[in-house]
Design a protein around this ligand. Structure first.
Ligand SMILES: [Ca+2]
Ligand SMILES: [Ca+2]
Length: 182
């Protein structure tokens, strides 16, 4: 089993993903986040459908992992513990895939960078409201002089968040999430 520090981060991550805050991850979270993403980015019908399919696929395959029932926080954390204990490298590889696909969608204009608006829309699509937390986290991830963060860089930071159990390594994602006002 992973240590308490990593378990705490997984618990925070569950909170990031539970869009409607009903204590479980389910298809309902997919439906809401898909709609919010299209609305907040003012996507036209064709683009909304294309992005919607990518979002559906991400939830289904990467997050819910084809589960058709609801995933509680305990099950989410237990499953990660199991994966982590069985084969850490494999788990890290899966997280890389998950976050690569996730931030690929977040980069809605496809320029290879995440700007502050794309970052905020990501969180708002996931049902979050504390914009100052989002801005703090964005800034902590090191935007360049044009205010952009490479998709790869942000992906790496989230993989680190989801897989590193070393408490001595600073983690600005955890720090920001710890301060989030709900
Ligand atoms: Ca939910
Ligand atoms: Ca972009």
């Amino acid at each position: 089993m992973a240590n308490q520090y990593l378990n705490d981060k997984w618990q925070l991550w569950f909170g990031v993903l539970d869009v409607n805050k009903d204590g479980v991850l389910s298809h309902e979270d997919t439906v809401i986040s898909k709609k919010k993403f299209a609305d907040l980015h003012h996507l036209q019908k064709g683009d909304a459908e294309k992005m919607g399919e990518a979002i559906e696929s991400w939830w289904k395959n990467d997050v819910l992992r084809c589960a058709t029932d609801e995933i509680s926080a305990k099950r989410f954390v237990d499953d990660l513990n199991k994966e982590y204990s069985e084969d850490k490298n494999k788990m890290v590889a899966r997280m890389k895939d998950l976050f690569t696909r996730g931030f690929g969608i977040t980069d809605v204009n496809g320029d290879g960078f995440i700007d502050e608006t794309e970052f905020i829309v990501l969180f708002q699509s996931l049902g979050h409201v504390d914009v100052s937390m989002m801005k703090t986290m964005f800034k902590s991830l090191g935007p360049n002089k044009d205010g952009l963060i490479e998709v790869q860089r942000i992906t790496d930071a989230w993989v680190e968040f989801a897989t590193n159990d070393d408490k001595s390594v600073p983690c600005s994602i955890k720090d920001a999430l710890d301060t989030e006002k709900k």
